[in-house]
Design a protein around this ligand. Structure first.
Ligand code: DGJ
Length: 734
């Protein structure tokens, strides 16, 4: 246990601090502090034993001064004394949005949560966990607040467990994961995201006004289609890439979430985030422990870029499956064939993967279903046997062909779904989510299977397990999810329908957990009809995700730019397709900013396009570690410039790559000014050379050596114009 991670102080007495046990003295105005490299979260136990947040911000130089913070504010009256509760109960004296709301087994709806004890432990080097026990003095209900601090990356995760020993079930009407309180700032600027199919991650920034702004989703399965849970709040004024105070946050939950941002009567910001309680009041049996999902956040005083780099380090280190590993390049057949393929066609594509120089061929939708063949999107989902007409020799022969061509083989599944036109639907109508007395309503002609049901969990697990058992050399899974949940009803849950949305997601995690126990390493892509589903709970099981079906590279510059704040490049699947009007160079250059893939007909490429692509893949293989594991700098935004510029620098600072893309085709649009690079060392010299130059074209930038000082103070002009619409620069320490 390193002392700087957690310190514990008292305003009046020094509490007895037991390192790994409960702190045994309850003192008036006791302080519980959680610290990371730059920040401090300071909670205070009042004389009435309420636990309130008195500070969340940059660390102060002197620990003893936290207790003086309160005295400097003259913001008015807190009528309940708990506007800043660390976990706000409801039905007692609370006047604002609660974090938790309960109906007791006797029908009473009041709750108070008072301090009992807390303890701080070291989880592993650099990670501390503070657990605070809160109890209702009247009813036997107990909440444990968990605060896990990742020292080096300034990330904190919060969640709770809730349990009771009342005679019968209690109902959790609301059960948030975290309840933050930000005070001491003149204004709060929310940067949120909205979307739709092919228009994911559209940012909107607004100044928060009094009352509650709710970010939420109620879609159930592909829950992020309209809104992801990630957001930013700039403090005082909108933060820029390198300046300003900003909080990044999100919920680690792949289902319905709800985040309340409440500017309270004292002008402070309360942020309460957790599972969405809409139609989801949870019935909790006696002595059962309900664990809320984790809510992560990071606070930066050096702008968005710093927050994002911290987050990338944190997620690669602790969250993403194989976050420190590498990723495979691939050729996917979806846009090359859609459902229209057979064995011969696929064998040609597998050989094309080799010709192109990628690591893997990925077989997409359409390979299964016999009584209801999957020849379009209205049949077959649920029937995971190989379609004998298209693939008479099964998947095995394709895996072998891939092996013969020295490429790996991956396969698409959509295991949570069923088409009414399927054997599965006929055999197990009780496994399908639908209201018994209502007409079915479809999303892409399909319905969702009831993952709250252990039998369905077994079935879904079996789909993956069978594929691997039959094809042990299968190297990759694309896990798709194309429907939202309508008519939510589980025949499995009987009178506990309100548990459905929560149990669905926990059922999904149980399946993924089982898969990962047996197949810990196989890479899997999380796809959801585009970017309908990504969060840091899911990425524990997945190596990459599909951000959008919109692969028009111009659109992708924006979509990937926004995702990149929250997710590192190695998780962002980016494929070259025929979407958009841009040349293959631009399409490839944009896809190289993520986990590179192709979804094209290789034989349709002309000689130069093919030669360009083959060389670009080689260049990517050289630079990929810098892109996946390096520090990302967003140098110039596409939102307010003619060109976007994104840079990745490897951790030892001797290699970097700068991607520059034109986003404006108007007369003379381009990079008129040099772009200042970042993350280099001033006193070193660097060779700047353009790569991915199209065959027969002159480089837009001449190879030359510059000092780090020059590159960062003056910058370099990538000479992006309408005709040089994308320019990739490789920077190497010389
Ligand atoms: C939606 C995905 O986003 C696509 O990439 C593709 O896999 C289709 N589903 C297949 O149905």
């Amino acid at each position: 246990m390193k002392k700087q991670f957690i310190t514990l102080k008292s305003s009046f007495t020094v509490a007895l601090f037991v390192l790994t046990g409960y702190s045994s003295t309850i003192t008036a105005q006791q302080i519980i502090s959680v610290k990371t490299k730059s920040n401090a979260l300071i909670l205070q136990v009042t004389s009435g034993k309420e636990v309130n947040t008195i500070y969340l911000g940059e660390k102060l130089a002197n620990d003893f001064e936290y207790e003086k913070i309160q005295g400097q504010f003259r913001q008015g009256t807190d009528y309940s004394g708990i506007y800043n509760a660390a976990y706000t109960p409801s039905g007692s004296k609370n006047l604002l949005e609660p974090a938790i709301s309960v109906t007791h087994s006797d029908g009473n709806t009041s709750l108070d949560l008072l301090y009992v004890a807390h303890k701080t432990t070291t989880v592993s080097a650099g990670i501390s966990q503070t657990e605070i026990t809160l109890k209702d003095p009247v009813y036997p209900v107990e909440v444990h607040m968990f605060i896990q601090a990742f020292y080096d990356t300034d990330v904190i995760e919060q969640w709770t467990t809730i349990q009771h020993s009342e005679k019968a079930n209690i109902t959790l009407n609301k059960y948030a994961s975290a309840n933050l309180y930000l005070k001491g700032y003149s204004n709060f600027w929310l940067n949120q995201y909205h979307g739709e199919w092919a228009r994911e991650m559209q940012p909107e920034e607004t100044k928060l006004t009094h009352g509650i702004k709710v970010l939420d989703t109620k879609l159930g399965s592909r829950a992020n289609l309209f809104q992801p849970s990630v957001f930013m709040v700039s403090l005082d004024k909108p933060a820029t890439e390198d300046e300003g105070k900003v909080l990044f946050a999100g919920l680690e939950w792949s289902g319905n979430f709800r985040t309340d941002l409440e500017l309270d009567p004292l002008n402070n910001l309360r942020i309460i985030s957790g599972i969405n309680n809409a139609a989801a009041a949870y019935s909790l049996p006696k002595n059962e422990v309900f664990t809320t999902p984790k809510f992560w956040y990071t606070l930066s005083s050096k702008g968005k870029g710093y927050a994002s780099r911290n987050l990338h380090d944190w997620s690669r280190n602790y969250k993403i499956l194989d976050g420190k590993g590498s990723r495979m390049t691939l050729l996917n057949n979806w846009e090359a064939t859609y459902f229209n393929f057979d064995e011969d066609k696929l064998k040609v594509l597998i050989a094309d993967s080799k010709k192109l120089g990628v690591d893997m061929f990925l077989l997409d939708d359409g390979w299964f279903g016999n009584n209801y063949p999957r020849n379009n999107d209205n049949a077959g989902l649920g029937d995971w046997e190989v379609n004998k007409k298209k693939l008479p020799n099964g998947i095995g022969t394709l895996v072998k062909t891939a092996k013969d061509n020295q490429v790996k083989f991956g396969i698409w599944i959509e295991p949570e779904m069923v088409n009414p036109a399927s054997d599965l639907y006929k055999k197990h109508p009780e496994w399908v989510i639908k209201q018994p007395a209502r007409a079915e309503h479809y999303f892409r002609n399909q319905l969702v299977l009831d993952l709250s049901n252990p039998k369905v969990q077994d079935f879904v697990y079996g789909i993956v397990d069978n594929l691997f058992t039959e094809n042990p050399e299968l190297a990759y899974i694309k896990w798709d999810c194309n429907a939202v949940i309508y008519n939510a009803y589980s025949s499995n849950l009987k009178d506990k329908q309100n548990n459905f949305y929560t149990d669905y997601v926990n059922g999904l995690y149980k399946v993924l957990e089982r898969i990962r126990v047996k197949y810990p390493k196989v890479p899997m892509m999380l796809c959801s009809g585009g970017g309908g589903r990504v969060d840091y709970a899911a990425l524990k099981y997945f190596t990459d995700f599909w951000p959008s079906d919109n692969t028009d590279p111009l659109e992708r510059v924006y979509i990937q730019w926004e995702y990149s704040y929250f997710y590192p490049a190695l998780t962002i699947a980016a494929h070259v397709t025929d979407w958009g009007k841009q040349p293959i160079k631009y399409r490839t250059d944009v896809a190289m900013m993520g986990r590179l893939g192709f979804d094209i007909v290789v034989k349709d490429l002309n000689e130069n396009d093919l030669a360009f692509t083959q060389q670009a893949i080689k260049n990517y293989n050289v630079l990929s570690n810098t892109i996946w594991q390096g520090d990302q700098y967003r140098l110039q935004s596409p939102w307010d410039n003619d060109a976007a510029s994104v840079m990745f620098v490897n951790k030892n600072g001797n290699e970097a790559v700068v991607f520059n893309y034109s986003v404006n085709s108007r007369y003379e649009a381009g990079t008129h000014l040099p772009i200042k690079l970042k993350g280099l060392q001033s006193d070193l010299n660097y060779k700047v050379e353009e790569i991915n130059v199209y065959p027969g074209k002159k480089a837009a930038v001449q190879t030359a050596v510059y000092s780090g000082d020059f590159l960062m103070e003056i910058g370099i002009n990538p000479n992006v114009t309408a005709s040089n619409s994308s320019v990739v620069l490789k920077i190497t320490k010389s």
